[in-house]
Ligand binder design. Structure first.
Ligand code: ASP
Length: 584
């Protein structure tokens, strides 16, 4: 028996008990005649004590050779501590060691295994198994487990069945590139790893499963943005015989349950906002509504003067920064530099100070009088003491720029509070999105999403205006889930493929299996998928998802610990029939 108790378990009531403990050596304090060892495992830390008087000489000497991160087993008696440590649950006792076994030695770790480590990100990732011994990482993984368990419990109680779908499949379009796997047995052919189980979950509905979910890995070969992983986990769900309202209710229920169970937070009914409204009011389809700073469109109150920058612009739009009038000229100049950074891309920024006495002072006083500026304040909701920041230009670009500024300012003003939760449904997404590069329409969600029936006639006349039965669940400025009601008849699906530029042959080759299934009684159905990594991070009050993934990849998509991806040898290439392809 390696242990009778864990290192987080012993209390005063165990005093005089003989116990056996195992774990890692966190710290050794050697006073010469007395020696303390902090012994750590997943459950906590227990202080061990050895001294010249009470400990067998050989054991005492052996203990002096022990280093950090050695794996040891000890037997001893629980005794009350002289000086107690109230910071840890086992702080009232220590174990007087009578037997010591070194189970394994350890090299000195490349960084300290403590809550605040001296290890940089790259080093921690390279030795992730040591990083996982640290409390913050360990706790994050345990937290993730809890969230996953609550998800399973809630959905199972609602009669959802968890079904596994295959990883070696054919492309499922979710807007990214596929990771592909060569098939040895089928020369020249490849599987694709699922970007999502989308088509399979729809086929499960045709199969009558009715309510499906799966906590599942998905793979997308995208140019990595910060905090994106090429493989990530979804809570993937689908239901039959449902309308959009049923899905929103069910998954609002799941989200509310998680907030309550995990965060002990009760939230009221989630507000809903159309995509158009979100874009107009926040410049963003995943607005953080924990704070205001709503957009005020100024076209009608700013394009009547000689200021050509505004007169030429498609959109003039501003926000009121609370308390922003306290910014110095220098600070405002810095803000202007910030919006002009290539990552944001604004050409400049106009501002108007709202003085406490109700007067205004703007950077464009030459063109606008007090009456004009009062209107700007009114439209943006600015109060005395605020600062109105105004950007102008092409509508889509300027909305994105002002949204970036809004988020940045909120961050600086401390308005993005990690333990405040503001969920929001964004509904009525456009069905199609124009892609400049390919000069074609793409499905904004995916090609299986149902258009709103009343918008169907627009497909031929004004495709960009067609709305979809698609929705996103947004939490604190992050899209945590998204889904749609699906097309469930062959004719509409064929029409959709046609609008997306597939020839009937291409559609058949890629999605014939789905179209066939639609001929055998497909029920109306719809679903949603949540990004588990991000959801867990947000519930855990953190921004980075990497901390909640046991073995994450870095920003270049590499696993620096196992050093992947890596070349494969010639024989393996030959076996996979890839050698010729590489040569040509
Ligand atoms: N398959 C979709 C996605 O991965 C989610 C859904 O439509 O259910 O975004």
């Amino acid at each position: 028996m390696y242990r009778s108790h864990t290192n987080g378990e012993l209390r005063l009531r165990h005093v005089e008990k003989e116990v056996t403990l195992s774990g890692w050596v966190q710290k050794v304090r050697d006073k010469g005649f007395m020696l303390w060892i902090d012994l750590r495992d997943r459950y906590g830390i227990t202080q061990l004590i050895l001294d010249e008087e009470r400990t067998d000489k050989a054991i005492f000497e052996q203990a002096k050779t022990i280093g950090r991160e050695f794996v040891i087993q000890v037997t001893g008696t629980v005794i009350e501590r002289q000086s107690k440590n109230n910071n840890i649950p086992t702080g009232e006792i220590e174990v007087l060691v009578t037997k010591l076994t070194v189970l394994n030695t350890a090299k000195t770790p490349p960084f300290t295994i403590e809550d605040d480590t001296d290890g940089g990100e790259e080093l921690r990732m390279q030795y992730r198994y040591l990083d996982i011994r640290r409390n913050p990482v360990k706790e994050s993984l345990i937290f993730r487990h809890k969230v996953a368990q609550e998800v399973r419990s809630y959905l199972s109680n609602q009669d959802f069945i968890e079904v596994e779908t295959p990883y070696l499949i054919k492309s499922t379009p979710e807007g990214a590139r596929d990771f592909v796997v060569p098939s040895r047995m089928n020369e020249g052919q490849f599987y694709a790893l699922p970007q999502s189980p989308q088509t399979f979950k729809q086929l499960l509905m045709v199969g009558g499963m009715d309510k499906y979910f799966q906590i599942v890995k998905c793979f997308r070969d995208e140019d990595l943005r910060a905090d994106r992983q090429p493989e990530f986990t979804q809570i993937d769900c689908e239901m039959a015989f449902v309308e959009q309202e049923d899905i929103l209710k069910t998954f609002e229920g799941l989200t509310r349950y998680l907030l309550q169970k995990i965060n002990n937070v009760e939230v009221a009914e989630f507000p809903r906002m159309t995509y158009d409204e979100a874009m107009q009011t926040y410049g963003n389809d995943k607005p953080d509504i924990r704070f205001g700073m709503k957009f005020g469109e100024l076209n009608t109150v700013a394009r009547h003067k000689e200021f050509n920058v505004f007169n030429k612009a498609e959109l003039v739009v501003g926000i009121a920064v609370p308390g922003g009038n306290s910014y110095t000229r220098k600070e405002i100049d810095k803000l202007i530099d910030w919006v002009k950074r290539p990552q944001v891309g604004a050409l400049g920024m106009v501002y108007s100070r709202c003085n406490d006495d109700g007067s205004y002072k703007s950077s464009v006083d030459k063109f606008y009088d007090q009456e004009d500026l009062a209107k700007w304040a009114e439209v943006t909701g600015a109060k005395p003491g605020d600062l109105v920041c105004v950007l102008s230009g092409d509508t889509n670009k300027v909305r994105a720029q002002l949204s970036a500024l809004r988020m940045e300012l909120a961050e600086r003003l401390g308005l993005r509070k990690p333990n405040e939760f503001a969920p929001l449904w964004v509904v009525d997404f456009p069905l199609l999105e124009w892609d400049e590069d390919t000069a074609r329409f793409h499905a904004m969600h995916h090609p299986f999403t149902s258009p709103k029936p009343e918008d169907m006639p627009l497909l031929d006349t004004d495709p960009a205006k067609v709305r979809a039965n698609a929705y996103d669940l947004v939490l604190n400025g992050n899209e945590i889930g998204g889904g749609s009601i699906r097309i469930h008849d062959k004719t509409t699906q064929a029409l959709m493929f046609d609008h997306l530029g597939f020839t009937p042959e291409e559609a058949k080759a890629q999605f014939g299996f789905l179209m066939n299934a639609f001929e055998y009684g497909a029920p109306p159905h719809g679903g949603i998928a949540f990004g588990l990594d991000r959801l867990v991070a947000i519930l855990g009050g953190q921004e980075t998802i990497r901390d909640f993934i046991a073995f994450p990849k870095n920003n270049a998509g590499r696993d620096v610990m196992i050093d992947a991806p890596a070349p494969i040898d010639y024989d393996q290439l030959t076996e996979l029939n890839l050698k010729l392809n590489l040569k040509s």
